[in-house]
Design a protein around this ligand. Structure first.
Ligand code: PLP
Ligand code: COI
Length: 356
């Protein structure tokens, strides 16, 4: 076990012992292999550098209460990476190879798997890049698939607490039917001019749809979820605090062609339905935040990050959502974490359980 202060980890890179690599040349993938070398010998004209032919993923392994290791829904990440690859004219990584590479990255970096009870996890960053040298604008024929593991703690500082979000109408994350639905580096680089000023003020961004600036799209690295009830939201909070009847609660999440299909959101929607909530995916106007008792960002890195408020500076408007995580999101958060850490039955078969 490495000398790491696990409970102090944030969402930062800690150099692992090994990464895993596999190259695609002449129509075939090589067998994935582990290496200590973290540098690539890459041609300066590689399509990933020249034309942004790059896609990535994010998934986690958890040390459970029973000492077993659980890798959460990696097949969904493999499928999404294949979609991203097709979206950028890259060679999709076969699911079997993806799984093998994750397992190898785990086996070779066991010392970096945080112990149970620290709330830290081992994060895997699968990466796919185009390596063919090209000056003419177009896709390459050669690719490299890499898995970079790193132990991580919470994405936002603090364990499970509220963050302030800000709307920025001068920067769009992704266009309708553009690349927002793929997990590609360009979506993130293009958001920096909105996210960096927000982060400097301890906030994060909530992006609106790029066409009308009317509907909620998603956050910079997470989907949006809202919790709604038909009565006014203050009555709401009091009523839901007991959580006796969740059938009166609606779990809302945006429908948009510009957002990433989040695996966390998909899991939470399933759990919300299991709990008896109504789950709706539709266009959500920003002003509907007024009617929500709770709202949050959700994703692999941030799990559920409740929003305390959403600031809309152009309209001089602040939507208040509560300084503490609300009861419905808290229940969902624990339900998901309990499955991931082996404290609750994994009814949907989401975790690959590994004895070591
Ligand atoms: N949306 C964006 C833009 C993201 O970067 C992420 C993180 O991966 C998500 C949503 C959440 O997706 P997932 O739950 O699969 O991690
Ligand atoms: C994740 O949630 O896994 C992500 O990859 C989001 C972000 C850190 C890019």
């Amino acid at each position: 076990m490495k000398e790491i202060d696990w409970s102090k980890l944030g969402f930062h890179y800690t150099e692992p012992d090994f990464i895993v690599r596999s190259a695609y040349h002449d129509g075939a993938w090589e067998e994935p292999y582990a290496t200590k070398d973290k540098y690539l010998h890459l041609h300066v004209s590689a399509t990933c550098l020249q034309y942004g032919q790059e896609a990535f993923e994010g998934l986690k392994a958890f040390r459970g209460v029973d000492g077993k290791i659980r890798i959460f829904r990696w097949r969904e990440n493999a499928k999404r990476m294949a979609r991203s690859a097709e979206g950028l004219y890259m060679q999709p990584v076969p699911e079997e190879l993806f799984g093998k590479a994750i397992r190898l990255a785990l086996e070779k970096n066991m010392d970096f798997l945080p112990p149970y009870g620290t709330d830290a996890t081992l994060y895997f960053r699968p990466l796919l890049i185009g390596t063919t040298p090209r000056l003419g604008v177009g896709p390459g024929r050669d690719f490299e698939f890499i898995v970079i593991p790193s132990p991580i703690g919470p994405y936002y500082p603090g364990k499970f607490h509220c963050t302030t979000f800000v709307v920025n109408r001068h920067v769009d994350r992704a266009a309708p039917y553009g690349t927002g639905t793929f997990k590609v580096g360009g979506n993130y680089a293009s958001s920096f001019r909105a996210t960096e000023p927000a982060h400097a003020q301890g906030m994060d961004c909530l992006f609106l749809d790029a066409k009308y600036h009317r509907y909620i799209d998603e956050c910079s690295a997470a989907n949006f979820i809202g919790i709604k009830k038909s009565t006014n939201r203050y009555a709401d909070r009091a009523q839901t605090a007991t959580l006796t009847d969740l059938s009166t609660i609606e779990y809302l999440t945006p429908r948009s062609s510009a957002i990433l299909p989040s695996i966390t959101n998909d899991s939470l929607m399933t759990l919300a339905k299991d709990m008896g909530m109504k789950v709706t995916r539709r266009h959500i106007r920003l002003e509907e935040l007024e009617e929500m008792s709770e709202a949050a960002a959700c994703g692999t890195a941030c799990v559920i990050s409740p929003m305390s408020k959403v600031i809309d500076p152009e309209n001089n408007k602040i939507y208040h959502l509560g300084d503490e995580p609300g009861p419905v999101l808290t229940k969902l958060y624990h339900a998901l974490r309990d499955i991931q850490f082996g404290r609750a039955e994994d009814k949907h078969g989401w975790c690959d359980v590994i004895d070591d």
